[in-house]
Design a protein around this ligand. Sequence first.
Ligand code: BGC
Length: 424
Amino acid sequence: MLNFHSYPEIKFPDGFIWGSATAAHQIEGDDVDSLNWFKEIEEKREHLSGKACNSYVLYKEDVELLKQIGHKAYRFSLSWARLEPSPNQFKTEVLEHYVDQLRLLKAAGITTFVTLLHGSMPNWFERQGGFRKRENIALFERYLRFVVPAICEQVDFWLVINEFNLCWGETMALMQDIRANHLLAHARGYHVIKEYSSAPVSSAHALQHCHPENPFDKFDRLWAEFNDWLSNEFFFHAIRTGEIVFPGRKVETFAEVKDTVDYWGVNYYCRRVVSARSAADGEWYTATHQRMIDKEFYLEEFFPEGLSYGMQRLADKPVYITENGVCADDDRWRVVKLCMDLAAVADAIKHGVDCRGYLHWSTMDNYEWSSFTPRFGLVHVDFDTFKRTPKPSAWFYKELIEGNGFGPALIKKYLPELPEFKLY
Ligand code: BGC
């Protein structure tokens, strides 16, 4: 749908949960013992995370902000590196900080989604081999046993690990090992949490819609299917059967992996175009490509179909969209993205998917792992003063939440005419 004013009235099921998401390293600031902090310096990344949004200090204001913009749910992550800056040296004051944050969120009537590992693993853990070594899962479990009992009463939904289905390794074999080990760490996390909490558990899966550059070319189609297996299907299959199946690797079967998600947590941005004739990804299609910030970025397209198609693979359990959004300097793109992708979510529901909630990425502009340039926030952040200012899209989203849906009248209020959008 490219004429935004022609959308029908779209309503979501009663009790649908609406909110947004962040991650510790991207907003808290001073995550000095994390692997990413070291890499930012070592690899001379465009920007250093520094104070990020200073949210570790401003967390109380951030809870007020969530209330102000009408969010009913909030997904955030704990910084493992802050909680365990050196091996087996746990910081109880950091744990208390998170307990306080959760208490405030609950007091504000906000449903909490807690991610136990979203990028910011301790630097020491990586130096010890990280998830390249299967025996290190015990170190992850030690961390979980420190945090889970302390916060379990305030957590409504758990996410053990964020997007491990996209972890890389120097070789294909190593990449598969790392993904398999993460899967086992996820399962270990699931069982540890179940000792303390009856709240639903999952891990956030990066849903990759792998699209053959030329859909009529057999090699492109095979390559898309192969990449789908490596990034999506190995995970879905392992959860459904306990089998970890990767190309050219001996199958492993673990009863303790089977059924270790109570819901599917789906992160979705846009499609990935793949070509069998290129070592890198395929070419963007000119017809749908758009550059919304003044630099090359890996999410330069809207492709809502990828979301509804992908969700239809997940009709066997409840689904929550745990991330979805766009980085754009022109905030009106955010309204368009919300309309297009939420229409796709509604389509998936129409086709039998039990989707129960949506968390927009992101609550506020933040540190995008190597740069502050891509702005994903519903709320603008001034990275010098840390002042937060809701953008028009935040007010659009608030009204959408209040109405449990959207339609032409609401869209027209925020996009009064088919505008001339800012593009680069
Ligand atoms: C990650 C976020 C990141 C977003 C945009 C997701 O894959 O979970 O941490 O900011 O993509 O790149």
